[in-house]
Write a protein that binds this ligand. Structure first.
Ligand SMILES: *[C@@H]1O[C@H](CO)[C@@H](O)[C@H](O)[C@H]1NC(C)=O
Length: 281
């Protein structure tokens, strides 16, 4: 038996008031969705989606436009299309959220040169059978761009997902998020070999607090890491990567590898068209 490891997408934040009963290893910061009519409420991460296969959450992704979702190729390879479902406006995977909207998948486009061994070019577009509605504040697209390093060469990103909160565990029923540092100054990422980590196409990120306590885990794959920058009151939030590879034991001492979205700009544009011009606020 493996010792139980307590990291994962989240842990730490137990300090910030995770309700009791969540158990000591869940930690992280779970989000809840406000009831309809709550004044001024906006979903915290309206662009993140849950991808289900045969009725069970397998991966995350983000909304590119009404009809298109971005995830990793590794999440959708060898999947029967009719058994894939994308859930937008999702928070709790077990309880019904009134904001959730389920969409069948029409087509899947893994990147042509995706390599299932090294996970190079680990990105895929999902074309939905029906449009996601942006009519409420719980579902929206997010723009993507290159990691912004002007203020800090190793900037923080916010990662979110429904990944396991303990090595070997099932998905987390509630969406969780945590901060990871993107190591943009080094071409080396932990113990990943040269064929497994190429900084030009991938982002290396980990919890740089001491000691590190957060690591993406099973079922976090495909979920986005986003970056917020700019002056207070005029911040921009952009998606910069999707989770491709992580420590097999969800060890927070080991970095994770994200597919660098900006590299795929031309391909995303060609397959899925332009993104909507501005996010509704
Ligand atoms: C779906 O959204 C696209 C824009 O992304 C729009 O052009 C199209 O008309 C929409 N389709 C329907 C059926 O609303």
């Amino acid at each position: 038996m493996q010792p139980i490891l307590f990291f994962l997408l989240a842990v730490v934040a137990v300090v910030t008031g995770v309700p009791h009963g969540e158990g000591r290893m869940s930690g992280g910061i779970p989000i809840t969705i406000a009831p309809p009519g709550t004044e001024g409420y906006k979903a915290m991460f309206p662009y993140v989606v849950s991808i289900e296969y045969e009725d069970s959450h397998i991966c995350g992704g983000f909304i590119y436009s009404e009809k298109w979702v971005v995830t990793t190729a590794s999440c959708v390879e060898n999947k029967v299309l009719s058994s894939l479902v994308v859930v937008a406006g999702q928070v709790n995977l077990i309880d019904y959220d009134y904001s959730e909207e389920r969409h069948a998948v029409f087509r899947v486009f893994p990147y042509d040169t995706y390599d299932s061994v090294t996970r190079a070019d680990d990105i895929a577009l999902i074309e939905l059978s029906s449009n996601i509605s942006f009519a409420d504040t719980y579902k929206n697209f997010i723009k993507f761009n290159e990691v912004y390093t002007d203020e800090k060469p190793t900037p923080l990103g916010t990662f979110m997902g429904w990944g396991a909160t303990v090595d070997g565990g099932g998905f987390s029923p509630r969406l969780r998020y945590a901060e990871l540092t993107m190591l943009e100054t080094s071409g080396i990422c932990g113990t990943y070999g040269a064929d497994e980590f190429q900084i030009s196409k991938m982002i290396c990120a980990m919890d740089m607090t001491s000691p590190p306590t957060i690591a993406p885990c099973t079922f976090d794959e495909g979920s986005p890491i986003v970056q917020t920058y700019g002056t207070t009151g005029a911040e921009t939030t952009i998606a910069v990567g999707v989770l491709s590879k992580r420590s097999p034991t969800c060890n927070p001492e080991e970095p994770s590898v994200f597919t660098r979205l900006s590299v795929y700009y031309a391909w995303l544009y060609r397959v899925a068209g332009q993104q909507p011009t501005s996010a509704r606020r």
